[in-house]
Ligand binder design. Structure first.
Ligand SMILES: NC(=O)c1ccc[n+]([C@@H]2O[C@H](COP(=O)([O-])OP(=O)(O)OC[C@H]3O[C@@H](n4cnc5c(N)ncnc54)[C@H](O)[C@@H]3O)[C@@H](O)[C@H]2O)c1
Length: 270
């Protein structure tokens, strides 16, 4: 299903850890659609070496960067412009991590050092990425920047823990930075709120298997897959969505607007 939607476009893709990663699927789809891009991830994630397979398959270069480090981001963005031979048209921020979630710390008993770390990695890094591309004047006019988020930013999902707060902050950054970036460079900034998806980050959440089944039954179209999410990202990077900015876009099979489904009601009938 290649339509050359990103022909001639250059990008930076954060967060492809393994084949399950949403960013991995985005990279594969962006390649099919004619884009060239740099892949990046935290130096520690590179040790697994998986990303090199993706780089080979998509003809892209890997530039390691910890998304919380301004120095790393400056190096990444300037290298990307050089490697790709011009300014950037799209950026995918596909990064999330909570130390409290990882270590099973309850929301009402947070370790605040861990909270700050998770906030920096999952949300503030989005601001840092955009501040860096803006300062280096690295984005082309009408470029598109997307970060991935989850509906726990609006509704309570108890086991999502402090990631819910991180996602709220992330979505707010998209609105605020989107305003300034729109005025200065016609760059659009959005978040895509994706269905629960079986990935390394996703399955780190307690009770994820049960939850993904519940979500499937609560979504008229069913849960959106990682590949379907990648398709939506491609649409957002393409020239077909030029006036969409500062939005949180639900990509969830209808979950966000569903109160209850017949299937779920039937589970409670005696
Ligand atoms: N899986 C789901 O259910 C789901 C649902 C909605 C939204 N999302 C979001 O999608 C995004 C991608 O997650 P995924 O599900 O593909 O999982 P994933 O584990 O494959 O991706 C998370 C990525 O974040 C990277 N990362 C962590 N710390 C970093 C740092 N300091 N610098 C740079 N990169 C760093 C990891 O190396 C990894 O590649 C996340 O923002 C996640 O919250 C996931």
């Amino acid at each position: 299903m290649a339509n050359n939607l990103l022909k001639g476009k250059r990008g930076i893709i954060f967060g492809a850890l393994n084949e399950q990663s949403i960013a991995w699927k985005v990279a594969e789809r962006a390649h099919e659609e004619g884009a060239t891009f740099v892949l990046t991830n935290a130096p520690i994630a590179m040790r697994m070496g998986e990303i090199n397979k993706l780089a080979e398959a998509t003809g892209s270069t890997v530039v390691p960067a910890d998304a919380t480090s301004i120095e790393d981001l400056e190096n990444l963005v300037s290298q990307a412009v050089e490697i790709l031979g011009g300014k950037i048209d799209f950026v995918l921020h596909s990064i999330g991590m909570s130390v409290n979630v990882r270590k099973g710390r309850h929301y009402t008993d947070e370790n605040y050092d861990w909270t700050m770390k998770g906030l920096d990695v999952s949300a503030l890094s989005f601001h840092k990425v955009m501040q860096t591309t803006k300062k280096l004047n690295a984005m082309n006019d009408w470029g598109s920047i997307v970060a991935l988020t989850y509906i726990a930013a609006q509704r309570v999902f108890p086991d999502y823990n402090d990631m819910a707060d991180n996602k709220s902050y992330l979505e707010s950054i998209a609105r605020s930075f989107g305003y300034h970036y729109g005025i200065s460079d016609n760059v659009r900034v959005n978040t895509i709120s994706q269905s629960p998806t079986m990935t390394t980050a996703g399955s780190g959440v307690k009770g994820f298997n049960e939850f993904i089944n519940y979500s499937e039954k609560m979504s008229p179209l069913g849960n959106a897959s990682a590949l379907a999410c990648a398709d939506y990202c491609i649409a957002m990077f393409s020239d077909l969505t030029k006036y969409v900015t500062m939005q949180n876009l639900f990509h969830d099979g209808g979950f966000s607007n569903t109160g209850v489904t017949q299937e779920v009601i039937e589970k409670f009938s005696n």
